[in-house]
Design a protein around this ligand. Structure first.
Ligand code: FEO
Ligand code: CA
Ligand code: CA
Ligand code: CA
Length: 613
């Protein structure tokens, strides 16, 4: 249905063209500056970046592969109000590029040649340490000077959370037999967060880090794997980076080998994969706080979590996607009522997790994942609510959720409360598997779906949905008015999604680095960010990134005068031959023949105005 073209937020900039250059491009009248790169020290006392930094050095530096991110105004008590020149940037470091971590041979800051990666045998202990420390989350205070230059401030609250940080387990899976490990035989604690893709910001001013593609870090050679491993893709033979071949410390047990050991006491690492797939809550203002895995929000390839605006006296409601082909979208509704200034993270420990069914007639239902209901009982192998949550995907299969085309980020319209989700792509969907919500077979380009909860009640179990945009080239795309996207608007593989305070919907793209600028993706160039007007459906390209990267992590300061975005994995599509010859296709951001580095970028308008307006 066509909408009033005069309504909604302004898009007051000229679109930038598609690009395949190794740089950031922003509209005329804007500037973009790199402020926080992989390896930058989180405080002045810590080691500066060098290609041969140790594993211990890496624990005090920015991790790799920056992703979801929020700006917490300093001394603020709200996630969206307070200083616009001083605050904590908190961001995820999703995964790593081991070639960059260990094998560059440099002269000064430039690459001169390339060592031979060797991941086949037992892994060097310091390599594994550096890899674990390059994952996780950064909490780093940043301040802008009068010229808008953002710099790290040495604050004792700056910290890195890594694959080794002590964590608490909360909610129904706490203390469950399937959560017991050598590290915590009573199943109440664990170590580390990994594969932190997108994030969430709670109404009580804390940060949630999602755990997405963690299953690849484990092996289980048992032959018959438990479903809490198999349903998530844990493999019987190989693990990413071969951490299962790390030094065993002499006791025969390796954390990332989840196989059952002969004669092992209860509590070996057979349950270690069950420590991942959760949302982890971090308080950026308390450096002594222990991060908490909130198991009530379910266990899957969590892309992130987005909270609906919280209202006093109403339940807390949040949404989360499981980013894998044919996986689901979830919603959590707390039992407790939100009380501003009082409510803390434990409100997330009791409530109901639902999974979405999208009917072909545009209606939808939220199906509860509650032990004892809808077949989630002993007849399907469930013993209690903790077990339902540890096996969230299996529970969702049983209740009849709608398999989606890889749900990524969600965003909630701050005014209408409509919920938007990116469905990034799914080239494995066949013609006989399409439905109204996932209407394309061999879906290379992705879409954005949206819904309104019934009766304006965010906690309702019914909703009405439509498709906001089918992404794609001019000849194979459709905006909300049914028109094809024009050259200023074409995009593919939407991933990051965020509403600014004026209701501008920011859309970020993640065409796989192995597919960028080739085949069906040729028209789109490098990955990019666009802005949309949710009322008119207009979309316009705002930024293009360097070679091989994805664009992710978007937030502004409260005054909307600075926008922060992340550039993840520049140079990721450098071939093995290119590596061997030290012939990279990206040297962003430092230029010359330097290593490409994921980095945070601060964007501002030269006239000091609001970003995008
Ligand atoms: Fe890590 Fe789903 O993007
Ligand atoms: Ca993502
Ligand atoms: Ca993605
Ligand atoms: Ca990516």
């Amino acid at each position: 249905e066509a909408q009033d073209a005069s309504s909604g937020p302004s898009l007051g900039f000229n679109a930038v063209p598609v690009s395949s250059t190794d740089t950031i491009v922003v509209p005329d009248g804007y500037e973009a500056r790199v402020i926080y790169r992989w390896g930058d020290a989180i405080s002045g006392d810590f080691p500066a970046f060098a290609p041969d930094n140790s594993g211990e050095d890496q624990a005090h530096q920015a991790g790799m592969h920056h992703d979801g991110m929020h700006f917490f105004p300093i001394e603020g008590d709200s996630p969206w109000q307070g200083s616009s020149t001083d605050g904590f940037l908190v961001m995820n470091h999703e995964y790593i590029e081991t070639r960059f971590l260990h094998y560059a041979v440099t002269q000064g800051s430039e690459i001169s040649s390339w060592g031979t990666p060797d991941h086949a045998g037992p892994r060097p202990a310091d390599h594994v340490l550096k890899e674990l420390n390059a994952h996780g989350v950064s909490v780093v205070r940043m301040r802008a000077d009068a010229n808008g230059n953002w710099r790290v401030v040495a604050d004792p609250r700056n910290r890195r959370i890594t694959g080794l940080t002590r964590m608490e387990i909360a909610g129904p899976a706490r203390g469950h037999a399937k959560m017991a490990t050598f590290y915590s035989p009573d199943g109440t604690h664990t170590r580390g967060t990994l594969s932190n893709c997108a994030h969430g910001v709670t109404p009580w001013n804390t940060y949630m880090a999602a755990e997405e593609n963690w299953s690849g870090y484990f092996v289980n050679t048992d032959g018959e794997m438990p479903r809490e491993h198999a349903r998530y893709g844990v493999r019987p033979d190989v693990s990413r980076h071969n951490w299962h071949l790390a030094d065993d410390g002499g006791d025969g047990y390796v954390r990332f080998d989840a196989s059952t050991k002969a004669d092992a006491p209860a509590g070996d690492y057979r349950n270690e994969p069950n420590m991942f797939g959760w949302m982890t809550e971090i308080d950026p203002f308390d450096p002594d706080s222990t991060p908490v895995k909130r198991t009530t929000l379910g266990r899957f390839a969590h892309e992130g979590v987005v909270f609906a605006p919280a209202e006093a006296g109403q339940p807390v409601v949040c949404y989360s996607g499981d980013d894998s082909r044919f996986e689901y979208i979830y919603k959590f509704v707390s039992d407790g009522a939100y009380q501003p200034g009082v409510t803390r993270g434990d409100i997330l420990d009791t409530g109901t997790l639902y999974v979405a069914r999208f009917n072909d007639d545009g209606s939808g239902e939220w199906l509860p994942l509650v032990y004892g209901q809808n077949g989630l009982d002993e007849s399907n192998g469930f013993t209690d609510q903790g077990d339902v949550l540890i096996n969230t995907r299996t529970a969702a299969d049983i209740v009849g959720a709608t398999p989606m085309d890889r749900p990524e980020w969600g965003a909630v319209d701050p005014e209408t409360r409509a919920v938007y989700f990116t469905l990034t792509n799914n080239t494995r969907r066949t013609a006989d598997q399409v439905d109204a919500a996932n209407p394309r077979a061999d879906n290379a380009f992705g879409s954005i779906i949206r819904w309104n909860e019934a009766d304006g009640d965010q906690a309702s179990t019914r909703f009405n949905w439509d498709i906001f945009v089918l992404a794609g080239p001019e000849g194979d795309s459709r905006d909300v008015n049914g028109a094809p996207l024009d050259q200023d608007a074409i995009f593919a593989a939407p991933d990051g999604l965020w509403f600014d305070a004026d209701r501008r919907l920011w859309i970020q793209c993640d065409i796989s680095d192995s597919a960028l600028n080739s085949g069906v993706y040729t028209p789109f160039g490098n990955n990019k960010m666009l802005a949309a007007n949710p009322d008119t459906g207009e979309i316009r390209r705002f930024l293009t990134g360097p070679v091989g990267c994805e664009i992710t992590g978007v937030v502004t300061t409260p005054d909307q005068r600075t926008m922060f975005i992340n550039v993840q994995h520049p140079g990721a599509n450098t071939s093995e031959a290119g590596f061997a010859a030290a012939n990279f296709d990206s040297h962003w951001p430092d230029g010359g023949r330097t290593l490409p580095r994921s980095a945070t970028v601060a964007i501002r308008r030269l006239d000091g105005g609001k970003i995008g307006a």
